[in-house]
Design a protein around this ligand. Structure first.
Ligand SMILES: NC(=O)c1ccc[n+]([C@@H]2O[C@H](COP(=O)([O-])OP(=O)(O)OC[C@H]3O[C@@H](n4cnc5c(N)ncnc54)[C@H](O)[C@@H]3O)[C@@H](O)[C@H]2O)c1
Length: 267
Protein backbone atom coordinates (compact mmCIF):
# COMPACT_ATOMS: atom_id res chain seq x y z
CA UNK A 1 0.00 0.00 0.00
CA UNK A 2 1.53 3.29 -1.04
CA UNK A 3 -0.55 5.97 0.68
CA UNK A 4 1.82 6.19 3.69
CA UNK A 5 -0.91 7.82 5.78
CA UNK A 6 0.99 7.04 8.97
CA UNK A 7 4.50 7.95 7.81
CA UNK A 8 6.62 8.99 10.78
CA UNK A 9 3.97 8.04 13.35
CA UNK A 10 4.57 5.85 16.39
CA UNK A 11 1.97 3.49 17.77
CA UNK A 12 1.21 0.85 20.38
CA UNK A 13 -1.01 -2.08 19.37
CA UNK A 14 -2.65 -4.18 22.10
CA UNK A 15 -4.24 -7.57 21.49
CA UNK A 16 -2.59 -9.39 18.56
CA UNK A 17 -2.82 -13.07 19.53
CA UNK A 18 -2.76 -14.91 16.18
CA UNK A 19 -3.25 -14.06 12.51
CA UNK A 20 -7.04 -13.98 12.97
CA UNK A 21 -6.88 -11.24 15.62
CA UNK A 22 -8.19 -7.88 14.49
CA UNK A 23 -5.13 -6.29 16.12
CA UNK A 24 -2.84 -8.48 13.99
CA UNK A 25 -4.33 -7.00 10.80
CA UNK A 26 -4.24 -3.49 12.23
CA UNK A 27 -0.55 -3.88 13.11
CA UNK A 28 0.25 -5.06 9.58
CA UNK A 29 -1.68 -2.21 7.96
CA UNK A 30 -0.16 0.45 10.22
CA UNK A 31 3.36 -0.65 9.33
CA UNK A 32 2.43 -0.78 5.63
CA UNK A 33 1.15 2.78 6.01
CA UNK A 34 4.55 3.93 7.30
CA UNK A 35 4.19 3.73 11.09
CA UNK A 36 6.63 2.23 13.56
CA UNK A 37 4.97 0.29 16.36
CA UNK A 38 5.42 -1.78 19.47
CA UNK A 39 3.20 -4.79 20.09
CA UNK A 40 1.84 -5.81 23.45
CA UNK A 41 -0.30 -8.53 24.96
CA UNK A 42 -0.89 -10.24 28.30
CA UNK A 43 2.10 -12.29 29.47
CA UNK A 44 0.04 -15.50 29.08
CA UNK A 45 -0.60 -14.69 25.41
CA UNK A 46 3.16 -14.70 24.81
CA UNK A 47 3.10 -18.44 25.34
CA UNK A 48 -0.26 -19.26 23.75
CA UNK A 49 -0.25 -17.02 20.70
CA UNK A 50 2.00 -16.23 17.79
CA UNK A 51 2.84 -12.62 18.55
CA UNK A 52 6.60 -13.31 18.23
CA UNK A 53 6.02 -14.24 14.60
CA UNK A 54 4.25 -10.93 13.96
CA UNK A 55 6.99 -8.99 15.76
CA UNK A 56 9.65 -10.51 13.52
CA UNK A 57 7.63 -9.90 10.39
CA UNK A 58 6.99 -6.25 11.20
CA UNK A 59 10.30 -5.59 12.90
CA UNK A 60 8.31 -4.54 15.96
CA UNK A 61 9.40 -5.07 19.55
CA UNK A 62 7.06 -6.92 21.87
CA UNK A 63 6.49 -5.63 25.37
CA UNK A 64 4.36 -7.93 27.55
CA UNK A 65 1.75 -6.10 29.62
CA UNK A 66 -1.34 -7.19 31.50
CA UNK A 67 -3.67 -4.33 30.57
CA UNK A 68 -5.17 -4.40 34.09
CA UNK A 69 -1.79 -3.67 35.71
CA UNK A 70 -0.81 0.01 36.04
CA UNK A 71 2.79 -0.99 36.60
CA UNK A 72 2.87 -2.99 33.35
CA UNK A 73 1.21 -0.13 31.45
CA UNK A 74 3.70 2.40 32.77
CA UNK A 75 6.56 0.18 31.68
CA UNK A 76 4.90 -0.31 28.28
CA UNK A 77 4.63 3.43 27.57
CA UNK A 78 8.10 4.22 28.89
CA UNK A 79 9.75 1.46 26.88
CA UNK A 80 7.75 2.20 23.72
CA UNK A 81 8.83 5.87 23.78
CA UNK A 82 12.43 4.79 24.20
CA UNK A 83 12.30 2.16 21.44
CA UNK A 84 10.33 4.26 18.95
CA UNK A 85 12.24 7.46 19.70
CA UNK A 86 9.47 9.79 20.81
CA UNK A 87 5.93 10.21 22.08
CA UNK A 88 3.17 7.87 20.91
CA UNK A 89 0.80 9.07 18.16
CA UNK A 90 -1.74 6.27 18.25
CA UNK A 91 -2.93 3.41 20.46
CA UNK A 92 -5.21 0.48 19.61
CA UNK A 93 -7.02 -1.19 22.52
CA UNK A 94 -8.14 -4.55 21.10
CA UNK A 95 -8.80 -6.49 24.29
CA UNK A 96 -11.80 -8.50 25.38
CA UNK A 97 -12.41 -11.48 27.64
CA UNK A 98 -15.46 -12.63 29.59
CA UNK A 99 -14.72 -14.99 32.45
CA UNK A 100 -18.40 -15.99 32.84
CA UNK A 101 -18.77 -16.73 29.12
CA UNK A 102 -15.54 -18.67 29.08
CA UNK A 103 -16.68 -20.76 32.07
CA UNK A 104 -20.17 -21.30 30.65
CA UNK A 105 -22.05 -19.37 33.37
CA UNK A 106 -25.43 -18.09 32.10
CA UNK A 107 -26.29 -14.38 32.26
CA UNK A 108 -28.94 -14.94 34.93
CA UNK A 109 -26.51 -16.78 37.19
CA UNK A 110 -23.34 -14.70 36.94
CA UNK A 111 -20.40 -15.12 39.26
CA UNK A 112 -19.79 -11.51 40.36
CA UNK A 113 -16.11 -11.92 41.10
CA UNK A 114 -15.62 -13.17 37.57
CA UNK A 115 -17.76 -10.33 36.31
CA UNK A 116 -15.48 -7.79 37.96
CA UNK A 117 -12.51 -9.42 36.29
CA UNK A 118 -14.33 -9.20 32.95
CA UNK A 119 -14.99 -5.49 33.48
CA UNK A 120 -11.39 -4.86 34.51
CA UNK A 121 -9.93 -6.62 31.46
CA UNK A 122 -12.47 -5.61 28.84
CA UNK A 123 -13.44 -2.05 29.86
CA UNK A 124 -11.56 -0.49 32.79
CA UNK A 125 -8.25 -1.35 31.11
CA UNK A 126 -9.18 1.23 28.43
CA UNK A 127 -9.29 3.87 31.18
CA UNK A 128 -6.07 2.58 32.69
CA UNK A 129 -4.27 2.81 29.35
CA UNK A 130 -5.33 6.43 28.85
CA UNK A 131 -4.79 7.49 32.47
CA UNK A 132 -1.27 6.06 32.35
CA UNK A 133 -0.62 7.72 28.97
CA UNK A 134 -1.81 11.05 30.34
CA UNK A 135 0.15 10.87 33.61
CA UNK A 136 3.36 10.11 31.73
CA UNK A 137 2.49 12.67 29.03
CA UNK A 138 3.26 9.83 26.65
CA UNK A 139 0.76 10.59 23.86
CA UNK A 140 1.43 13.38 21.33
CA UNK A 141 -0.95 16.28 20.75
CA UNK A 142 -3.55 15.27 18.16
CA UNK A 143 -2.79 11.64 18.98
CA UNK A 144 -5.53 9.07 18.36
CA UNK A 145 -6.74 6.32 20.70
CA UNK A 146 -9.17 3.63 19.52
CA UNK A 147 -10.98 0.89 21.42
CA UNK A 148 -12.80 -1.94 19.66
CA UNK A 149 -16.38 -2.61 20.64
CA UNK A 150 -19.57 -4.39 19.58
CA UNK A 151 -23.20 -3.35 19.04
CA UNK A 152 -24.32 -5.53 21.97
CA UNK A 153 -23.54 -2.37 23.99
CA UNK A 154 -26.77 -0.87 22.58
CA UNK A 155 -28.96 -3.81 21.51
CA UNK A 156 -29.65 -7.21 23.00
CA UNK A 157 -27.63 -10.16 21.75
CA UNK A 158 -28.42 -12.69 24.49
CA UNK A 159 -25.36 -14.92 24.15
CA UNK A 160 -23.01 -11.94 24.47
CA UNK A 161 -23.89 -11.98 28.19
CA UNK A 162 -21.89 -9.72 30.53
CA UNK A 163 -19.72 -8.54 27.62
CA UNK A 164 -22.64 -6.25 26.71
CA UNK A 165 -22.10 -4.37 29.99
CA UNK A 166 -18.35 -4.37 29.43
CA UNK A 167 -18.74 -2.83 25.97
CA UNK A 168 -21.22 -0.21 27.24
CA UNK A 169 -18.66 0.79 29.83
CA UNK A 170 -15.83 0.79 27.29
CA UNK A 171 -17.78 3.13 24.99
CA UNK A 172 -18.66 5.41 27.88
CA UNK A 173 -15.02 5.58 28.95
CA UNK A 174 -14.17 6.52 25.34
CA UNK A 175 -16.55 9.49 25.51
CA UNK A 176 -15.59 10.62 29.02
CA UNK A 177 -11.84 10.30 28.58
CA UNK A 178 -12.18 11.77 25.10
CA UNK A 179 -13.50 14.95 26.73
CA UNK A 180 -10.67 15.20 29.26
CA UNK A 181 -7.89 14.19 26.85
CA UNK A 182 -9.24 16.58 24.22
CA UNK A 183 -9.19 19.52 26.61
CA UNK A 184 -5.79 18.63 28.05
CA UNK A 185 -3.82 17.55 24.99
CA UNK A 186 -6.03 17.54 21.90
CA UNK A 187 -5.87 13.74 21.97
CA UNK A 188 -8.89 12.14 20.29
CA UNK A 189 -10.58 9.01 21.58
CA UNK A 190 -13.08 6.87 19.68
CA UNK A 191 -14.51 3.37 19.72
CA UNK A 192 -15.07 1.34 16.56
CA UNK A 193 -18.07 -0.99 16.67
CA UNK A 194 -17.05 -3.88 14.46
CA UNK A 195 -19.11 -6.62 12.73
CA UNK A 196 -18.86 -10.18 14.06
CA UNK A 197 -15.42 -11.40 13.02
CA UNK A 198 -13.99 -14.91 13.15
CA UNK A 199 -11.29 -14.68 15.86
CA UNK A 200 -10.43 -16.44 19.13
CA UNK A 201 -12.50 -13.96 21.18
CA UNK A 202 -15.38 -13.85 18.66
CA UNK A 203 -15.70 -17.61 18.31
CA UNK A 204 -15.90 -17.96 22.11
CA UNK A 205 -19.48 -16.66 21.97
CA UNK A 206 -22.13 -19.43 21.82
CA UNK A 207 -23.73 -19.92 18.37
CA UNK A 208 -21.16 -17.60 16.80
CA UNK A 209 -21.15 -19.10 13.31
CA UNK A 210 -24.97 -18.94 12.94
CA UNK A 211 -24.91 -15.42 14.20
CA UNK A 212 -22.06 -14.49 11.87
CA UNK A 213 -24.10 -15.54 8.83
CA UNK A 214 -27.24 -13.84 10.17
CA UNK A 215 -25.38 -10.52 10.50
CA UNK A 216 -23.79 -11.04 7.10
CA UNK A 217 -27.22 -11.34 5.47
CA UNK A 218 -28.70 -8.48 7.50
CA UNK A 219 -25.96 -6.05 6.43
CA UNK A 220 -26.36 -4.54 2.94
CA UNK A 221 -22.57 -4.68 2.45
CA UNK A 222 -22.12 -7.95 4.34
CA UNK A 223 -20.01 -8.25 7.50
CA UNK A 224 -16.96 -6.01 7.69
CA UNK A 225 -13.80 -8.14 7.76
CA UNK A 226 -10.83 -7.72 10.10
CA UNK A 227 -8.84 -6.39 7.12
CA UNK A 228 -11.45 -3.72 6.47
CA UNK A 229 -11.40 -2.83 10.17
CA UNK A 230 -7.62 -2.42 9.91
CA UNK A 231 -8.07 0.03 7.01
CA UNK A 232 -10.56 2.01 9.08
CA UNK A 233 -8.17 2.14 12.03
CA UNK A 234 -5.40 3.48 9.78
CA UNK A 235 -7.66 6.33 8.68
CA UNK A 236 -8.66 7.03 12.27
CA UNK A 237 -4.99 7.13 13.33
CA UNK A 238 -4.12 9.45 10.46
CA UNK A 239 -4.25 13.26 10.33
CA UNK A 240 -7.26 13.05 7.99
CA UNK A 241 -9.61 12.52 10.95
CA UNK A 242 -8.21 15.15 13.34
CA UNK A 243 -11.58 16.49 14.42
CA UNK A 244 -13.30 13.16 15.13
CA UNK A 245 -13.45 12.37 18.82
CA UNK A 246 -15.76 10.92 21.52
CA UNK A 247 -17.61 8.88 18.89
CA UNK A 248 -18.76 5.31 18.70
CA UNK A 249 -18.18 4.56 15.01
CA UNK A 250 -20.07 1.67 13.43
CA UNK A 251 -17.98 -0.42 11.07
CA UNK A 252 -20.52 -3.07 10.22
CA UNK A 253 -21.61 -2.98 6.56
CA UNK A 254 -24.80 -1.13 7.56
CA UNK A 255 -26.06 -3.66 10.16
CA UNK A 256 -26.69 -1.07 12.89
CA UNK A 257 -29.30 0.82 10.87
CA UNK A 258 -31.23 -2.19 9.59
CA UNK A 259 -34.71 -3.10 10.81
CA UNK A 260 -35.77 -5.93 8.53
CA UNK A 261 -34.00 -7.79 5.75
CA UNK A 262 -36.04 -9.40 2.93
CA UNK A 263 -33.09 -11.76 2.29
CA UNK A 264 -33.46 -13.18 5.81
CA UNK A 265 -37.27 -13.33 5.66
CA UNK A 266 -37.11 -15.43 2.53
CA UNK A 267 -35.04 -18.01 4.37
N1 LIG B 1 -14.44 -10.96 16.93
C1 LIG B 1 -15.57 -10.28 16.93
O1 LIG B 1 -16.63 -10.74 16.49
C2 LIG B 1 -15.57 -8.86 17.46
C3 LIG B 1 -16.62 -7.99 17.10
C4 LIG B 1 -16.61 -6.69 17.62
C5 LIG B 1 -15.59 -6.29 18.49
N2 LIG B 1 -14.60 -7.18 18.83
C6 LIG B 1 -13.56 -6.74 19.77
O2 LIG B 1 -12.31 -6.70 19.13
C7 LIG B 1 -11.29 -6.80 20.13
C8 LIG B 1 -10.26 -7.84 19.70
O3 LIG B 1 -10.80 -9.13 19.71
P1 LIG B 1 -10.55 -10.20 18.56
O4 LIG B 1 -11.88 -10.57 18.03
O5 LIG B 1 -9.50 -9.75 17.64
O6 LIG B 1 -10.08 -11.49 19.39
P2 LIG B 1 -8.65 -11.95 19.98
O7 LIG B 1 -8.97 -13.08 20.88
O8 LIG B 1 -7.71 -12.19 18.87
O9 LIG B 1 -8.16 -10.68 20.82
C9 LIG B 1 -8.46 -10.46 22.18
C10 LIG B 1 -7.14 -10.09 22.84
O10 LIG B 1 -7.31 -9.66 24.19
C11 LIG B 1 -6.11 -10.03 24.84
N3 LIG B 1 -6.22 -9.96 26.29
C12 LIG B 1 -7.04 -10.69 27.11
N4 LIG B 1 -6.80 -10.39 28.39
C13 LIG B 1 -5.83 -9.42 28.40
C14 LIG B 1 -5.16 -8.70 29.44
N5 LIG B 1 -5.45 -8.89 30.73
N6 LIG B 1 -4.20 -7.81 29.08
C15 LIG B 1 -3.90 -7.60 27.78
N7 LIG B 1 -4.50 -8.25 26.77
C16 LIG B 1 -5.45 -9.15 27.07
C17 LIG B 1 -5.91 -11.45 24.34
O11 LIG B 1 -4.64 -11.98 24.63
C18 LIG B 1 -6.17 -11.27 22.86
O12 LIG B 1 -4.99 -10.93 22.17
C19 LIG B 1 -12.01 -7.14 21.44
O13 LIG B 1 -12.23 -5.94 22.16
C20 LIG B 1 -13.32 -7.68 20.95
O14 LIG B 1 -14.35 -7.60 21.91
C21 LIG B 1 -14.57 -8.44 18.32
Amino acid sequence: MSHQLLAGKRGIIFGALDEQSIAWKVAERCVEAGASITLTNAPVAMRMGKIQELGEKLNAQIIPADATSLEDLENLFTQSIEILGGKIDFVLHSIGMSVNVRKGKPYTDLNYEWMQKTMDISAISFHKVMQTGMKLDAISEWGSVIGLTYIAAQRIFPDYSEMAEAKSMLESIGRSFGYHYGIAKKVRVNTISQSPTVTTAGSGIKGFSDFFSYADKMSPLGNASADACADYCVVMFSDLTRMVTMQNLYHDGGFSNMGMSPALLEE
